[in-house]
Design a protein around this ligand. Structure first.
Ligand code: ASP
Length: 439
């Protein structure tokens, strides 16, 4: 069995962190393929190497002297190399990077060097082979990830290499230039590698012990989710919870490979399992709570709306013609409400109202701003009675006015609208009723 292990920037920020990672990898022979991020922050005030590279390359673009910032980046690696007592010099690599910068190799090339160099250090430290991601991860002409070509080349290459380090975050574009995924993209590389070798599991090592039931900035010390399905994860990530890059689930999901989120600083913790499907029930009926502030509800009334064919389409075209995407759309008999992002909508509100009047001839259109949406997600809701009831009684108890409720027919989530000011209290009330009291 093969495990693919990806380590995030904070797991690789210093020689001390590298040593923890080395210990984790050596503890299990199945951990054969390693995907590193670039060195991250060593403390709250520190700067990630990727951000240093972006800043350094901006100087290149402005034809300014970039030697000192580049030297500072080299120092980050040298501190790791010396701390680990490795016989490795990055002198030549940095010489080439300097030349490539002078030749304006591009911002993606610059950013990718963080992972590239960390991969070289990691391979040297572990005694693993090094595979440059530019040789095995490909992007198509339109800039999207080329899954087919990558799968073919990468799986063949990995078959020949028993143990290897493949840097995260970048690959080769159709024009032969380095391209990166979006920020946090090493998660995606890990997932692609896991699929290519048909791994039994994709371990994603970070600095938290898994996915939390709620945001720790709102809930003090929230519980960890033991098992979450891909669909639940998608709902929670969409609503703002983040541990893993959203696009990282697709490759492994396709291949039925579970993801295990682990903590480099607490390797004994089991972390969170992200799976296709499970018969394990969550202890708390709900799996997680997430939410976002800053929505406007656009409430449209029209007598006999229900009987009018095409009414919804006309209303939505009003948003479309103003270039606004909508978030949710609960409806009643003679009303429908469209939730949109406030910052996107504000400047266009009057244009949208007039479009709605022109296209759908409603009786009235009313706006309410400063709303927050909270998603309560859980596969367990399907088989449990009274989930919505519990949410509402908890919110009523906390004196919170519920502005909207929307339960999808999949019974995987309940979405609640409250005012921005009530957002944190609402999350606390819901968390308490399901997790703390567990009645
Ligand atoms: N180093 C890149 C970033 O900071 C990619 C990653 O860490 O996944 O976004």
């Amino acid at each position: 069995m093969i495990k693919v292990v990806k380590f995030g920037g904070s797991s690789l920020a210093s020689a001390e962190q590298f040593a923890k990672v080395g210990k984790i990898i050596r503890a299990d022979q199945e951990r054969r393929y390693v995907v590193p991020s670039a060195p991250g922050k060593r403390n709250a005030k520190d700067t990630k190497v990727t951000d240093m590279l972006y800043a350094c390359y901006h100087l290149v673009e402005e034809d300014k002297d970039f030697r000192i910032p580049l030297m500072k980046i080299k120092e980050r690696y040298d501190a790791i190399i010396n701390g680990l007592n490795l016989k490795l010099s990055l002198e030549e690599e940095f010489k080439r990077i300097r030349e490539d910068f002078n030749n304006k190799a591009g911002i993606d090339y610059a950013a990718s060097r963080g992972e590239y160099l960390n991969g070289i250090v990691m391979a040297n430290y572990l005694g693993y082979g090094f595979i440059d991601a530019a040789e095995v991860i490909f992007f198509a002409e339109d800039g999207s990830f080329d899954a087919d070509r990558t799968q073919e080349v990468l799986s063949r290459r990995l078959e020949e290499t028993k143990c290897a380090v493949i840097p995260g975050f970048y690959g080769m574009g159709a024009d032969g230039k380095i391209r990166t995924f979006s920020r946090g993209g090493s998660d995606i590389t890990g997932s692609i590698v896991a699929r290519a070798v048909r791994a039994s599991c994709y371990e994603n090592w970070t600095d938290v012990s898994g996915f939390l039931v709620a945001d720790p900035r709102i809930i003090n010390n929230p519980r960890t989710i033991k098992t979450i399905t891909y669909r639940e994860l998608r709902e929670l990530s969409y609503m703002g919870a983040s541990v893993l890059h959203e696009d990282a689930v697709f490759p492994v999901r396709k291949a039925g490979i579970p993801i295990n989120i682990r903590n480099t600083n607490e390797p004994a913790d089991e972390g969170t399992w992200i799976v296709e499907s499970t018969c394990h029930q969550s202890k708390y009926t709900i799996t997680g709570i997430a939410g976002k502030k800053g929505f406007v509800s656009v409430n449209i009334d029209k007598d006999m709306m229900n009987a009018e064919v095409g009414f919804g389409r006309k209303v939505l075209s009003a948003f479309e013609e103003n270039g606004i995407s909508f978030e949710h759309m609960p409806s009643g008999i003679d009303t429908m409400t469209v939730f949109v992002h406030q910052p996107e909508f504000e400047g266009k509100e009057q244009a949208v109202i007039s479009s709605i009047h022109r296209l759908a001839q409603p009786d009235s259109v009313e706006l309410e701003g400063n709303l927050a949406l909270i998603a309560v997600v859980g596969r367990g809701m399907k088989s449990t009675r009274g989930t919505a009831g519990r949410i509402f009684s908890a919110l009523a108890h906390a004196n919170i006015n519920v502005k909207m409720i929307d339960q999808g027919s999949s019974e995987l989530n309940i979405i609640i609208g409250v005012s921005n000011a009530d957002f944190e209290n609402a999350i606390r009330a819901i968390y308490d009723i399901f997790v703390e009291t567990q009645i």
